[in-house]
Design a protein around this ligand. Structure first.
Ligand code: CTP
Ligand code: MG
Length: 231
């Protein structure tokens, strides 16, 4: 069973503090978005890439695809984003070929997802209908209110959640419609599945390299990761 992917690029990148959207910033000579785009283009199971982008960046992005995409193996559809990440996903969902298909959602700001992780995630979603990538938390996490530590949260059960997250299109659409009716905004797709469906979400062990580029320091870490991969 093949899948379609919604690749999110319609943010502003405010926390990056750059003069343009962070997914267009260059990371060792290539725009951030081109890394994950090429990874999906290299996955034979990926049958459709839906790139969600701001309207005024779409011309730039289609030019970038022509230049940076190594081989265009599957159709790439560009659709407009929304004011919130969740609305951008919803717009992407309206462009899928079929809601019967598996749909992955990926942050364009995560350049380092690799084919091994895509394969593991793809296998798991076919078994359980809902699967997400992540890694166990490394730091000690405490709950703090008004500057006072309330408790240390047992770390064994805590995971840091990444993308891609994989579901069936029909399940994802159903929970998005529920969330929209209630005006609920989740920070990832799985949180909507947890809240509005009975489907258990399976956790797939990813990699600590699959970081999201959020603040300027992340660009330095990103450069180091690219250099290590190349050496
Ligand atoms: N995104 C999107 N549409 C939005 C908001 C975010 O497609 N309305 C995308 C971003 O482009 C990014 C991913 O969702 O690839 C993860 O979001 P985040 O890291 O928060 O990116 P930004 O919203 O761009 O950054 P910031 O919150 O710092 O402004
Ligand atoms: Mg954001």
């Amino acid at each position: 069973l093949d899948y379609e992917v919604i690749l999110l690029a319609a943010g502003q990148g405010k926390r990056m503090g750059a003069s343009r959207n962070k997914i267009l910033l260059h990371l060792i000579g290539k725009p951030v978005i081109s890394y994950s785009l090429n990874t999906f283009l290299n996955d034979p199971a990926c049958k459709h890439i839906i790139l969600v982008a701001q309207e005024d960046e779409q011309v730039l992005l289609s030019a970038m695809i022509k230049k940076e995409a190594k081989k265009i193996r599957c159709p790439i559809t560009i659709v407009s984003g929304g004011h919130e990440r969740q609305y951008s996903v919803y717009n992407g969902l309206n462009a899928v070929f079929s809601l019967k298909n598996i749909v992955m959602v990926h942050d364009g700001a995560r350049p380092f997802v690799n084919l091994t992780q895509l394969k593991l995630l793809h296998q798991k979603v076919q078994e359980t209908r809902a699967a997400i990538l992540g890694v166990p938390v490394k730091d000690t996490i405490k709950r703090v209110t008004d500057g006072i530590v309330q408790e240390t949260v047992p770390r064994e059960t805590l995971w840091q959640i990444q993308t891609p997250q994989a579901f069936y299109g029909e399940d994802l659409l159903a929970v998005h419609v529920c969330a929209q009716q209630e005006g609920y905004l989740g920070t990832d797709e799985a949180s909507l599945i947890e809240k509005y469906s009975k489907l258990p979400v399976s956790m797939v062990l990813g990699s600590y390299e699959n970081i999201k580029l959020t603040t300027p320091e992340d660009m330095l870490i990103g450069e180091a990761i690219v250099k290590r991969k190349r050496s």
